[in-house]
Design a protein around this ligand. Structure first.
Ligand code: NAI
Length: 792
């Protein structure tokens, strides 16, 4: 450091390191290695792995590689503690969460320094962003703990949760997982990332210190193998995961058919859209935050800059000037802007992707090449002229690299923004409020920040669309992930329904005497009746085994056509809720007008008594009315987050939904599944009851006469599990509901891993008389949170 007069001349920052003395003492105390935290105590260190400070490359600790036996012990402890924890009054649980918040707050400095040493992020961020948000999360959920029973009636805790977190926000991700789980009455086993286990272990000590009952929180350290053992453990009721899309996909497959609840918060390639009327200076500061916070190792990093052509050069010039002022170096220095990359392997991943990009002949600007001579550092980088097909525009780099592309029209901006398999976040910069909301509504992402970026708060949900995962963390939205319906578990339907009777010509069937119901039903695709691609039909039998008609044997091609038709009808989602409600009322009215006819046919095909058939039709009419009424009432919220921000939570339709119906209650189940899906604005492809498809095919004419636009409801008959498989595999299907048998449910969940579509499966009998309400609407929507600042 120069003498003061030199500093005054150059106006350079002098070094201003935060003291790490306390953390050093703590690490020294544990130099023999950390054990796990199981059942309220730390275990003896076992097989140890090393933990490094990425800024120096020095080893700072050793932690235990969790074995399957460790996971067993932790899950057993969580199971033992769960009933008692759930039975505590909300007030008592609330006090525990409050104590955790207070103790985190008391140790803010220690935890910030530890986080920075372990992860490499600048102390300014761990001190001013990460740790305060951790405390905020526990405070917020302390409130939920005491409100959970009144605010979530008819639900109970899921049970034991397995939680796996990444290394980019180690303690913050822990808080996002642990606080809602505890508030909702669950116990848990959490596995921190192998690069950054230390703040989780410090948190474990806080749990012991605050007197949290033993077994409620268990922390097992280790790598992906430990995580996989936790995912596979039969004693776990829910998995909550944050990390890479690749591992998320593996977890989706591993949990398929196990009945474990699942929420995934995965990768992103989030657009940062700057229009020509944006305040460019603010946008530049936004970009610094969007892509250089935590060295760009942020799942929702604004890593794709999309800028209006006319604003591009001025913006790039301002950005380059700003980049030259970013201070890169010792993360413990209070004036450092950009710290270290978490580990050599991540640094190498960034370099590899950049080499690939360099091969494409793009233009690179690097802020500051004078990097520290040790540790994992990568300079802030701007890449311009990037084509959408470039590897740098498609892959999550997870480093301090911003890639820029220009656009000419708002329409093109939205198309580019959505040109990704991800959908975690987006940032929109314009002074035109109409345009801001128009674009925010059209971008497919779970969070949209208008004239701002990387805003988080415990009261707002956070989570992705598409391959960025499903489920939300934060606020009311996040809590529902940790509750389930409070009803006895139904007995699973483990037997596959009998194969459909072969087409006539292959096996003779006896015809029913009632000629009125002897008919051949076609598929219903894009508002038209369609012959099945296979050219085959199958015999529909009544309860006595007599043929009462024929139904089309739908196949992969029919599903493809139906998905295409559904995608084309997407303007249904943009219709007003009032209009959709009116259409549903009309459906109900037209069904009511044909009540007797539907009841007679239902009775003939299912063998139900005339009374039971009439009751099923009446219940179906009532259900259609209920959802017509809901159309404009299942609305969103304005979350109480940061001052001078409006945070709007909007319930948006998934887009194209697949629905597979069970054999039972062929009309009522069909109506109970179709109505909530379409009232929320989805377009659907539905496979009706395989054994009794005729009530659904009769429904065509009700749809046609009720102004349901073509393509909103597409009906493909055939073997349920065959159609379910095709729907699960189809990347054009955004969400899939399946009611059938346990094998089918497992297959649907496993195959859905392809595009990580959200699934809602049931392999058990459902009481269709009760299958109605907000949970169906919640499952028919995904929440988008839009943050808008106000004030000059
Ligand atoms: P990762 O997804 O492998 O690790 C995240 C967590 O999952 C860690 O705790 C890890 O031990 C655990 N894990 C790994 N394999 C597992 C398995 N088979 N079953 C259960 N748990 C498992 O992420 P990684 O390898 O650390 O980073 C690779 C890339 O992933 C990054 O470059 C980035 O692109 C992305 N990533 C995204 C994150 C996000 O927040 N969206 C966070 C971390 C990484």
């Amino acid at each position: 450091m120069g003498v003061i007069k030199d500093i005054l001349r150059t106006m350079d920052y002098g070094p201003s390191p935060e003291s790490s003395e306390h953390v050093g003492v703590w690490l020294e105390e544990h130099k023999a290695g950390f054990g796990h935290f199981i059942n309220g105590v730390f275990t003896k260190p076992g097989d140890l792995f090393e933990v490094f400070n990425p800024a120096t490359g020095e080893r700072i600790a050793r932690a235990t590689q969790g074995s399957p036996a460790d996971i067993d012990a932790a899950v057993a402890a969580a199971r033992k503690a769960q009933a008692k924890w759930a039975a505590l009054s909300g007030f008592e649980r609330s006090k525990h969460l409050y104590a955790l918040a207070r103790h985190v707050q008391k140790r803010e400095r220690f935890l910030s320094v530890l986080e920075t040493i372990d992860n490499g992020k600048p102390i300014r961020e761990s001190r001013d962003i990460d740790i305060p948000l951790v405390a905020r999360h526990f405070y917020h959920h302390a409130g939920w703990a005491s409100l959970i029973d009144s605010e979530f009636p008819g639900t109970k805790p899921v049970g034991v949760c397995g939680q796996i977190i990444p290394w980019n926000f180690p303690l913050l991700m822990l808080a996002w997982k642990i606080a809602p789980a505890l508030a909702a009455g669950n116990t848990l086993v959490l596995k921190p990332a192998e690069f950054t286990p230390l703040t989780a272990l410090a948190f474990a000590a806080i749990c012991a210190e605050t007197g949290l009952p033993a077994g409620v929180v268990n922390i097992v350290t280790g790598d992906g193998a430990t995580g996989a053992a936790l995912v596979a453990h039969p004693g776990v009721d829910k998995i909550a995961f944050t990390g890479s899309t690749e591992v998320g996909r593996a977890i989706r497959k591993a949990t398929a058919g196990t009945g474990k609840k699942l929420s995934l918060e995965l990768g992103g390639k989030s657009p940062f859209v700057v229009f020509e009327d944006a305040d460019l200076d603010s946008a530049v500061e936004g970009l610094v935050d969007a892509i250089w916070l935590n060295q760009g190792q942020v799942c929702c990093a604004g890593s794709r800059l999309l800028v209006a052509e006319s604003a591009a050069e001025p913006l790039y010039a301002k950005l380059r000037a700003r980049m030259a002022n970013l201070r890169i170096g010792d993360p413990l220095d209070k004036s450092t802007d950009v710290g270290a990359i978490v580990a050599p392997v991540q640094l190498e991943r960034i370099r590899r992707l950049m080499r690939e990009g360099e091969g494409e002949g793009l233009e690179f600007f690097r802020a500051n090449d004078s990097l520290p001579d040790r540790g994992c550092f990568y300079p802030p980088t701007l890449v311009t002229g990037v084509e959408p097909a470039s590897v740098l525009a498609r892959e999550e780099i997870f480093g301090p690299v911003l890639v820029a592309t220009t656009f000419r029209t708002p329409h093109e901006a939205v198309a580019l923004a959505n040109n990704t398999r991800y959908g975690l976040a987006a940032s929109v910069w314009t002074e035109n409020v109409n345009r801001a909301f128009e674009v925010a509504a059209r971008i497919k992402a779970g969070v949209v920040w208008i004239n701002s970026t990387n805003m988080f708060d415990a009261a707002s949900g956070f989570g992705g669309y598409r391959e960025s995962g499903f489920g939300r963390e934060g606020g009311r939205e996040g809590l529902s992930e940790y509750r389930i319906a409070d009803e006895p578990r139904p007995k699973p339907n483990s037997t596959r329904p009998a194969r459909l009777a072969a087409s006539p010509g292959f096996a003779p069937t006896r015809k029913a005497a009632d000629a009125d119901i002897d008919r051949t039903a076609k598929l219903h695709i894009g508002g038209k009746q369609a012959r099945p691609d296979s050219g085959h039909s199958y015999a529909v039998l009544d309860a006595a085994g007599r043929e009462v008609g024929l139904a089309g044997l739908g196949n992969r091609k029919d599903i493809r056509n139906a998905v295409e038709a559904a995608a084309k009808a997407s303007s249904w989602g943009a219709a007003t809720a009032h209009n959709r409600g009116q259409v549903l009322y009309y459906v109900a009215e037209n069904l009511a007008a044909r009540e007797d006819e539907f009841a007679r046919r239902l009775s003939a095909v299912t063998g139900a008594s005339a009374r039971a058939a009439k009751a099923e039709v009446e219940a179906s009419i009532r259900r259609a009315f209920v959802y017509a009424g809901y159309a404009d009432k299942f609305d969103g919220a304005v979350h109480a987050t940061r001052s001078r921000f409006v945070t709007i939570a909007m319930n948006e339709p998934w887009g194209v939904m697949g629905i597979v119906c069970p054999n039972e209650a062929p009309l009522l189940a069909f109506v109970s599944l179709v109505m909530p899906a379409i009232t929320m604005g989805n377009c659907i492809v539905i496979a009706p009851s395989a054994n009794h498809p005729l009530s659904a095919t009769d429904f065509y004419s009700v749809l046609d006469t009720s102004d349901v636009p073509a393509g909103v409801v597409n009906i493909v008959t055939g073997e349920a599990n065959v159609l379910a498989k095709t729907l699960a595999e189809h990347d054009g299907v955004d969400a899939l509901w399946y009611v059938g048998d346990t094998d089918g449910a497992a297959e649907v969940e496993a195959l859905s891993a392809g595009n990580l579509k959200a699934t809602w499966t049931c392999g058990a009998a459902i009481d269709w008389a009760k299958a109605e309400g907000r949970e169906f609407l919640r499952r028919a929507t995904q929440v988008k949170n839009i943050w808008t600042p106000y004030g000059e």
